[in-house]
Design a protein around this ligand. Structure first.
Ligand SMILES: NC(=O)c1ccc[n+]([C@@H]2O[C@H](COP(=O)([O-])OP(=O)(O)OC[C@H]3O[C@@H](n4cnc5c(N)ncnc54)[C@H](O)[C@@H]3O)[C@@H](O)[C@H]2O)c1
Length: 248
């Protein structure tokens, strides 16, 4: 018996890093999985490596495409139980240096994209009476990091928005749970690029490296816990997974 038998999961940003690992673990536990991403070549490759997985190209900022993605998921697999709003990106630059377009981009993808995902998914999840939405935040939401002011704002906004949507779902009598996970530094293409491109004394990097980098499975295990019935009493919460980075 898999923990996700009979359930259907949709993972955004599933072509890489954390999203790809979430998809693998959810599928291993019996879920039918749909991954979406802007990167079609990589998305198709990841989907082909996961039995029964469907890839759909999607920029999470595109509201009309959200409706199609949810409709295609339900048409292919019959229902939608789990949404992982994982797609994200980081643009470095202090408040004086970061172009406002890059500020907006990060807010649009990581707050706006998750908002649109919840908006598109909740009406369909509530038809089955229950569901789990997992929004991928970051420890960056919980501290000041001078090199990524927009990223920190987006992830903090995502945590606050998640609480409000969780309360809304409970008020509506839906058994839809909505939570965030805030990872510390995890070994993925995103962090590899940051470590390669940034000067070694850049703000934030030392904090990541000093606390040890985790692996995508460390996050995917919590995604699974929140997605399956083990997490049935958890909603409106942020779960930090950072090897103690934010403890000191
Ligand atoms: N890796 C870490 O250390 C870390 C730590 C904290 C939080 N996170 C968060 O976890 C999530 C996944 O990060 P990752 O490290 O796996 O990064 P990654 O770069 O490996 O993967 C991110 C994926 O999101 C996709 N994406 C970006 N913008 C998109 C858009 N507009 N629409 C659809 N897809 C889009 C990319 O194409 C990519 O496949 C992100 O939200 C990131 O902010 C990562």
């Amino acid at each position: 018996m898999g923990k996700m038998d009979g359930k259907v999961a949709l993972v955004t940003g599933g072509a890489s890093g954390l999203g790809a690992e979430d998809a693998r673990v959810l599928a291993r536990e019996g879920a039918k999985v749909v991954i979406t991403d802007m990167n079609a070549a990589l998305g198709e490759e990841v989907a082909a490596s996961i039995p029964g997985c469907l890839f759909l190209q999607h920029d999470v900022r595109d509201e009309a495409r959200w409706a199609e993605v949810v409709a295609e998921t339900i048409s292919r697999f019959g229902r939608l139980d789990t949404l992982v709003n994982n797609a994200g990106l980081v643009r470095f630059g202090t408040v004086e240096a970061l172009p406002y377009d890059d500020f907006r981009l990060q807010m649009d993808v990581m707050v706006g994209g998750a908002f649109l995902g919840c908006k598109a998914a909740i009406p369909h999840m509530s038809k089955d009476g229950s569901g789990s939405i997992i929004n991928m935040a970051s420890v960056a939401a919980l501290k000041g990091i001078s090199s990524i002011p927009a990223y920190t704002a987006a992830k903090a906004g995502l945590i606050a928005m998640t609480r409000s949507i969780a309360v809304h779902c409970r008020e509506q009598g839906h058994r839809i749970r909505v939570n965030t996970i805030a990872p510390g530094g995890i070994v993925t293409p995103m962090t590899a690029q940051a470590l390669a491109e940034l000067p070694q004394d850049a703000a934030g990097l030392d904090q990541i490296q000093n606390h040890g980098m985790g692996q995508p499975i460390d996050i995917a295990n919590m995604v699974l816990y929140l997605a399956c019935d083990d997490g049935r009493h958890i909603t409106g919460t942020n779960i930090t997974i950072d090897n103690g980075e934010t403890m000191a």
